[in-house]
Ligand binder design. Structure first.
Ligand SMILES: [Zn+2]
Ligand SMILES: [Zn+2]
Length: 269
């Protein structure tokens, strides 16, 4: 495992050298130092995970647009992006998702899906070299309908994460017959994840949606986050679009599919 780690470090440093960061302004160094400090503020320990270097994923064509090799972007952000007040997404740490985990989740959900019942899972993982890695898929006890899914015995989820020192990096759920989108209930559920960790993602798997069989979403920040923060409604209900012209939720741009990242499944059902 140590060997894999050092390989990853080597590969990352090679990527860094190649991306021309050495010529960048020193403000970026300040930024990276700041990020490093923020990371250190997370008190959960880093677990050693086997993490071979990310390579081109053998996945659906639409996944290829999020090429894992873009990991070097972590070192090549221009400080100007922040000065220009562009989307906050440019300040997210990268997050890697094991490609096979999404397929495995669909397989584990299949019995429910065939009965038109949703299934949900928790995405947990660690932070290494300023990159979040989803390493564990936790399937909690749950109660679901065709368009909702409620986790039960949440203390069991926390126990798994505690024992393994894992962050909550988001959640995944199926839409057995609906299209791939975030319902109003999904948006409120995701709000809790995103306020805990801005990088948290919501993966929707919609096997019957032929045009978009899956999506990786989060609330736009600050637009969507503030709409949901100020919404007192529960159950399905409509939302106004954010005042700043953004959509309430969007596809994540800080996410990379990693075909070699290994993962565990903890099925608590
Ligand atoms: Zn949903
Ligand atoms: Zn609402």
């Amino acid at each position: 495992m140590e060997d894999s780690d050092s390989k990853l470090e080597k590969s990352l440093s090679v990527l860094s050298i190649d991306d021309g960061t050495s010529s960048q302004h020193s403000e970026e160094s300040d930024l990276l130092v700041k990020n490093e400090k923020e990371n250190n503020d997370f008190h959960l320990g880093h677990t050693k995970q086997p993490t071979p270097p990310p390579v081109e994923a053998q996945v659906h064509p639409e996944l290829l647009s999020i090429c894992p090799l873009r990991v070097s972007d972590a070192n090549s952000r221009s400080p100007n992006l922040f000065k220009d007040g562009l989307s906050r997404s440019s300040s997210y740490q990268d997050l890697h998702i094991p490609v096979k985990m999404m397929e495995e989740f669909l397989r584990l959900a299949w019995d429910n899906t065939a009965k038109n019942l949703e299934t949900c899972g928790i995405l947990a993982g660690s932070l290494q070299d300023r990159v979040f890695h989803i390493t564990t898929l936790i399937i909690p006890k749950q109660e679901s309908t065709s368009d909702t899914c409620q986790t039960l015995n949440e203390e069991e989820i926390f126990e798994v994460q505690d024992k393994r020192s894992l962050f909550s990096l988001g959640w995944i759920h199926t839409h057995p017959t609906q299209t791939c989108f975030m319902s109003s209930i999904d948006l409120h559920t995701h709000y809790s994840y995103q306020v805990m960790l801005p990088e948290a993602v919501a993966i929707v798997m919609a096997p019957t949606d032929t045009s978009t069989p899956h999506g990786i979403f989060h609330l736009s920040d600050p637009g969507g986050v503030s709409v949901i923060r100020n919404c007192q409604h529960r159950g399905f209900h409509p939302h106004e679009e954010p005042d700043d012209g953004s959509t309430i939720y969007e596809e994540c741009s800080h996410v990379y599919m990693n075909s070699t990242l290994s993962f565990d499944v903890v099925d608590l059902r």
